[in-house]
Ligand binder design. Sequence first.
Ligand SMILES: [Zn+2]
Length: 201
Amino acid sequence: MVDARLARILKLVRRHVPDLRLVHKDEVRWMRWVGGLLRPVVPEFSSRYTTVMGRTVFLPRPARQMPPRVLASTLAHELVHQLDQQRWGPLFYLSYGFCLPVGRSLRAHWERRAYAVDLLLARERGGEPELERVVDTLVDLFSGRSYLWMWVGRSSARAFLEPVVEAVRTGDLDHTEPYVSILKAWRGTTETREEEWASRA
Ligand SMILES: [Zn+2]
């Protein structure tokens, strides 16, 4: 049986990326090569992290082996990157990869936009305690080696994330795209069903 939430998220993603491809990293030779290159610093690159380029989402496991909820939240995060990539094109890739790669990177700007989804879903799952737990994880991710020290220093990483955390806490982000659509798809609220009816009319 197809998980209803995952189906809604997939439908939303395909609205923006009609030719979406979900690929297992291990099956792509150049991805294995990148994984090998990064292994000394980020050994989990192939086994834990998802990477997205355009229509292709490179997953650490085959999609059908991932719990639907995990795959749905991963695809929601990656959708923010895909929309930013569509909007900014080469500028996205250049700034993600090369500009100030360490310390205070533009990569952190893009990841903060995408991790806002993870923060929203944490709030949905378990309110303030779960939100705080995920913020702690993100502080490690932003300041540590996982993304090649994209915002060094735990306290400055926390300060950098704080405006987004606050916007999630107050509900301000719920009114901003693409988060509005992601939340609707995640919750399966009536608006989504109304849109479906409208599209049939
Ligand atoms: Zn990301």
